[in-house]
Design a protein. Structure first.
Length: 125
């Protein structure tokens, strides 16, 4: 007997040419009530989502709900946890000027953008 595991997925996005410009087509797989894997296709207007990045941000909640049961979604380690570990364990052993510089860079640039990112559960960026 084969054990089936749920896969972490990001979905695929492609640009579809239309007479009035283009539209975005977003595809992903889901498992229906019959335990069959099915493909779902959604089409979005380019006037609402100018770039692929904007579209992926809009469907991020949908993908999070779809990937909720996967191993990658259950990973609890965030980049914020790694920053805290670095600040507590590594930083105290560095020179004072290096400590000040690193604290400044982490506080201004790294933590605000990357703190909530999870390892393996979310794409970096």
């Amino acid at each position: 007997m084969r054990i089936r595991r749920q896969r972490y997925q990001k979905g695929s996005v492609r640009k579809i040419l239309r007479s009035s410009g283009f539209a975005w087509q977003f595809r992903f797989y889901y498992t229906d009530t019959d335990r069959k894997r099915r493909e779902k296709v959604q089409t979005f207007d380019s006037s609402s989502y100018a770039t692929e990045f904007n579209l992926r941000n809009a469907v991020e909640g949908q993908m999070s709900a779809l990937n909720e049961g996967t191993l990658a979604a259950r990973v609890e380690v965030t980049f914020g946890n790694l920053i805290t570990k670095y600040l507590n364990e590594v930083l105290p052993h560095l020179k004072h000027s290096t400590q000040d510089t690193n604290r400044s860079m982490i506080g201004l640039h790294i933590e605000p953008r990357w703190e909530a990112c999870r390892f393996g559960g979310r794409e970096w960026g």
